[in-house]
Design a protein around this ligand. Sequence first.
Ligand SMILES: *Cc1c(COP(=O)(O)O)cnc(C)c1O
Length: 224
Amino acid sequence: MFDVSRWRQIQAVLASLTPPREIRVIAVSKGQGVAEIRAAAEAGVRLFGESYVQEALEKQEQLGRTDLEWHFIGRIQRNKTRFIASRFHWVHGVTEEGQARRLSEVRTGDGRPPLPICLQVNISGETSKGGVSPAQLPMLAEAVAQMPGVTLRGLMAPPAPLQGGEDAARRHFAALRQQLESLRAAGHSLDTLSMGMSGDYPLALEEGATLLRLGTILFGRREN
Ligand SMILES: *Cc1c(COP(=O)(O)O)cnc(C)c1O
Protein backbone atom coordinates (compact mmCIF):
# COMPACT_ATOMS: atom_id res chain seq x y z
CA MET A 1 0.00 0.00 0.00
CA PHE A 2 1.09 3.53 -0.70
CA ASP A 3 2.36 5.10 2.52
CA VAL A 4 0.98 8.65 2.61
CA SER A 5 2.70 9.63 5.84
CA ARG A 6 6.07 8.47 4.51
CA TRP A 7 5.49 10.53 1.37
CA ARG A 8 4.68 13.62 3.45
CA GLN A 9 7.73 13.05 5.63
CA ILE A 10 10.01 12.93 2.60
CA GLN A 11 8.38 16.02 1.10
CA ALA A 12 8.97 17.84 4.41
CA VAL A 13 12.65 16.86 4.38
CA LEU A 14 13.01 18.11 0.81
CA ALA A 15 11.25 21.38 1.62
CA SER A 16 13.56 22.02 4.57
CA LEU A 17 16.85 21.69 2.68
CA THR A 18 19.13 24.68 3.03
CA PRO A 19 19.86 26.35 0.77
CA PRO A 20 16.53 25.55 -0.87
CA ARG A 21 16.77 23.26 -3.92
CA GLU A 22 14.16 21.94 -6.24
CA ILE A 23 14.13 18.16 -5.87
CA ARG A 24 11.57 15.99 -7.60
CA VAL A 25 10.55 12.50 -6.53
CA ILE A 26 9.56 9.72 -8.90
CA ALA A 27 7.32 7.18 -7.21
CA VAL A 28 8.54 3.92 -8.71
CA SER A 29 5.33 1.99 -9.27
CA LYS A 30 6.62 -1.08 -11.12
CA GLY A 31 4.99 -4.17 -9.66
CA GLN A 32 2.24 -2.05 -8.04
CA GLY A 33 -1.38 -2.08 -9.10
CA VAL A 34 -3.52 0.81 -10.29
CA ALA A 35 -5.19 1.11 -6.87
CA GLU A 36 -1.80 1.94 -5.33
CA ILE A 37 -1.05 4.43 -8.09
CA ARG A 38 -4.45 6.07 -7.58
CA ALA A 39 -3.81 6.33 -3.85
CA ALA A 40 -0.45 7.96 -4.54
CA ALA A 41 -1.98 10.39 -7.05
CA GLU A 42 -4.64 11.21 -4.46
CA ALA A 43 -1.84 12.18 -2.06
CA GLY A 44 -0.38 14.52 -4.67
CA VAL A 45 2.19 12.32 -6.40
CA ARG A 46 2.51 13.21 -10.09
CA LEU A 47 5.72 11.49 -11.24
CA PHE A 48 5.65 7.72 -11.65
CA GLY A 49 8.47 5.40 -12.70
CA GLU A 50 8.01 2.13 -14.55
CA SER A 51 10.52 -0.45 -15.80
CA TYR A 52 8.39 -2.72 -17.97
CA VAL A 53 6.70 -1.28 -21.03
CA GLN A 54 3.76 -3.64 -21.33
CA GLU A 55 2.89 -3.38 -17.63
CA ALA A 56 3.11 0.40 -17.76
CA LEU A 57 0.91 0.77 -20.84
CA GLU A 58 -1.81 -1.38 -19.30
CA LYS A 59 -1.80 0.64 -16.11
CA GLN A 60 -1.78 3.96 -17.95
CA GLU A 61 -4.80 2.80 -19.90
CA GLN A 62 -6.69 1.64 -16.82
CA LEU A 63 -5.94 4.87 -15.00
CA GLY A 64 -7.07 7.04 -17.90
CA ARG A 65 -5.47 10.18 -16.43
CA THR A 66 -3.59 12.89 -18.26
CA ASP A 67 -2.16 14.67 -15.20
CA LEU A 68 0.58 12.15 -14.43
CA GLU A 69 4.18 12.28 -15.67
CA TRP A 70 5.56 8.87 -16.63
CA HIS A 71 9.27 8.13 -16.37
CA PHE A 72 10.70 5.07 -18.07
CA ILE A 73 13.49 3.68 -15.88
CA GLY A 74 13.95 0.16 -17.29
CA ARG A 75 16.07 -1.37 -19.98
CA ILE A 76 15.33 0.11 -23.38
CA GLN A 77 14.55 -2.75 -25.75
CA ARG A 78 14.75 -1.97 -29.41
CA ASN A 79 11.32 -3.37 -30.29
CA LYS A 80 9.68 -1.24 -27.56
CA THR A 81 11.21 2.07 -28.58
CA ARG A 82 8.06 3.35 -30.24
CA PHE A 83 5.98 2.86 -27.10
CA ILE A 84 8.66 4.26 -24.83
CA ALA A 85 8.98 7.42 -26.92
CA SER A 86 5.26 7.91 -27.36
CA ARG A 87 3.85 6.94 -23.95
CA PHE A 88 6.45 8.25 -21.52
CA HIS A 89 7.35 11.84 -20.65
CA TRP A 90 10.95 11.09 -19.66
CA VAL A 91 13.42 8.30 -20.35
CA HIS A 92 16.22 7.48 -17.94
CA GLY A 93 18.87 4.92 -18.65
CA VAL A 94 19.85 5.69 -22.23
CA THR A 95 23.18 3.93 -22.71
CA GLU A 96 23.79 3.90 -26.48
CA GLU A 97 23.62 6.28 -29.38
CA GLY A 98 21.29 3.96 -31.31
CA GLN A 99 18.69 4.02 -28.52
CA ALA A 100 18.69 7.80 -28.45
CA ARG A 101 18.47 7.99 -32.23
CA ARG A 102 15.45 5.69 -32.37
CA LEU A 103 13.69 7.61 -29.57
CA SER A 104 14.45 10.84 -31.39
CA GLU A 105 13.06 9.53 -34.67
CA VAL A 106 9.74 8.60 -33.09
CA ARG A 107 9.42 11.98 -31.42
CA THR A 108 10.49 13.95 -34.46
CA GLY A 109 7.80 12.30 -36.52
CA ASP A 110 4.87 12.77 -34.13
CA GLY A 111 4.86 16.54 -33.66
CA ARG A 112 5.39 16.37 -29.90
CA PRO A 113 8.12 18.27 -28.06
CA PRO A 114 11.53 16.60 -27.71
CA LEU A 115 11.73 13.80 -25.15
CA PRO A 116 13.80 14.61 -22.04
CA ILE A 117 16.41 11.91 -21.46
CA CYS A 118 19.17 11.01 -19.03
CA LEU A 119 22.25 8.97 -19.90
CA GLN A 120 23.05 6.10 -17.58
CA VAL A 121 26.70 6.00 -16.60
CA ASN A 122 28.45 2.87 -15.39
CA ILE A 123 30.31 4.68 -12.64
CA SER A 124 31.54 1.64 -10.77
CA GLY A 125 32.78 -0.20 -13.87
CA GLU A 126 31.03 -3.40 -12.71
CA THR A 127 30.20 -5.46 -15.78
CA SER A 128 26.83 -6.44 -14.33
CA LYS A 129 25.69 -2.81 -14.39
CA GLY A 130 24.57 -1.33 -17.65
CA GLY A 131 25.65 2.11 -18.73
CA VAL A 132 28.06 4.08 -20.82
CA SER A 133 31.60 4.16 -19.45
CA PRO A 134 32.85 7.51 -18.16
CA ALA A 135 35.42 7.44 -20.98
CA GLN A 136 32.73 7.16 -23.67
CA LEU A 137 30.30 9.57 -22.03
CA PRO A 138 31.49 12.84 -23.65
CA MET A 139 31.16 11.38 -27.16
CA LEU A 140 27.71 9.98 -26.47
CA ALA A 141 26.54 13.28 -24.98
CA GLU A 142 27.86 15.14 -28.02
CA ALA A 143 26.00 12.82 -30.40
CA VAL A 144 22.74 12.95 -28.44
CA ALA A 145 22.86 16.73 -28.19
CA GLN A 146 22.54 16.91 -32.01
CA MET A 147 19.33 14.86 -32.14
CA PRO A 148 16.19 16.92 -32.72
CA GLY A 149 13.68 14.62 -30.98
CA VAL A 150 15.38 14.28 -27.61
CA THR A 151 16.69 16.78 -25.05
CA LEU A 152 19.64 15.71 -22.97
CA ARG A 153 18.77 16.73 -19.41
CA GLY A 154 21.35 14.92 -17.30
CA LEU A 155 22.69 11.66 -15.95
CA MET A 156 21.28 8.67 -14.17
CA ALA A 157 23.15 6.52 -11.66
CA PRO A 158 22.67 2.77 -11.53
CA PRO A 159 22.21 1.41 -8.00
CA ALA A 160 25.16 2.13 -5.70
CA PRO A 161 27.51 -0.81 -5.05
CA LEU A 162 26.30 -3.20 -2.37
CA GLN A 163 29.79 -3.61 -0.96
CA GLY A 164 31.63 -0.82 0.77
CA GLY A 165 28.76 0.67 2.73
CA GLU A 166 28.05 4.35 3.01
CA ASP A 167 31.47 5.52 1.82
CA ALA A 168 31.25 3.57 -1.41
CA ALA A 169 27.71 4.81 -2.08
CA ARG A 170 28.77 8.39 -1.44
CA ARG A 171 31.74 8.09 -3.80
CA HIS A 172 29.45 6.55 -6.41
CA PHE A 173 27.06 9.52 -6.31
CA ALA A 174 29.85 12.07 -6.11
CA ALA A 175 31.48 10.51 -9.18
CA LEU A 176 28.25 10.91 -11.16
CA ARG A 177 27.99 14.54 -10.11
CA GLN A 178 31.55 15.11 -11.31
CA GLN A 179 30.66 13.62 -14.69
CA LEU A 180 27.73 16.03 -14.90
CA GLU A 181 29.99 18.93 -14.04
CA SER A 182 32.50 18.04 -16.74
CA LEU A 183 29.74 17.83 -19.34
CA ARG A 184 28.54 21.25 -18.24
CA ALA A 185 32.07 22.59 -18.52
CA ALA A 186 32.09 21.22 -22.08
CA GLY A 187 29.04 23.36 -22.87
CA HIS A 188 26.04 21.08 -22.24
CA SER A 189 23.26 22.70 -20.28
CA LEU A 190 22.12 19.96 -17.93
CA ASP A 191 19.91 20.21 -14.85
CA THR A 192 19.25 16.64 -13.77
CA LEU A 193 21.03 14.12 -11.56
CA SER A 194 18.72 11.13 -11.33
CA MET A 195 20.13 9.23 -8.37
CA GLY A 196 19.06 7.81 -5.02
CA MET A 197 16.68 4.94 -4.31
CA SER A 198 14.88 3.84 -1.14
CA GLY A 199 18.01 2.56 0.58
CA ASP A 200 20.37 5.40 -0.19
CA TYR A 201 18.46 8.55 -1.10
CA PRO A 202 19.68 10.65 1.87
CA LEU A 203 23.27 10.17 0.66
CA ALA A 204 22.30 10.88 -2.94
CA LEU A 205 20.64 14.10 -1.79
CA GLU A 206 23.78 15.19 0.03
CA GLU A 207 25.77 14.53 -3.14
CA GLY A 208 23.53 16.68 -5.31
CA ALA A 209 20.66 14.53 -6.57
CA THR A 210 17.83 16.49 -8.21
CA LEU A 211 15.52 13.57 -9.01
CA LEU A 212 14.99 10.66 -6.60
CA ARG A 213 13.54 7.32 -7.67
CA LEU A 214 11.73 5.82 -4.70
CA GLY A 215 9.84 2.53 -4.79
CA THR A 216 9.86 0.30 -1.74
CA ILE A 217 9.97 3.10 0.79
CA LEU A 218 6.72 4.53 -0.61
CA PHE A 219 4.81 1.43 -1.66
CA GLY A 220 6.28 -1.41 0.41
CA ARG A 221 7.54 -4.58 -1.19
CA ARG A 222 6.57 -5.36 -4.75
CA GLU A 223 6.04 -8.50 -6.77
CA ASN A 224 8.69 -7.96 -9.45
C1 LIG B 1 13.09 -0.42 -9.02
C2 LIG B 1 13.94 0.75 -9.30
C3 LIG B 1 14.00 1.84 -8.40
C4 LIG B 1 13.30 1.85 -7.04
O1 LIG B 1 13.99 1.04 -6.15
P1 LIG B 1 13.60 1.01 -4.59
O2 LIG B 1 14.80 0.41 -3.97
O3 LIG B 1 12.39 0.16 -4.47
O4 LIG B 1 13.38 2.40 -4.16
C5 LIG B 1 14.76 2.93 -8.77
N1 LIG B 1 15.43 2.98 -9.93
C6 LIG B 1 15.40 1.96 -10.82
C7 LIG B 1 16.16 2.08 -12.09
C8 LIG B 1 14.66 0.81 -10.52
O5 LIG B 1 14.65 -0.19 -11.40
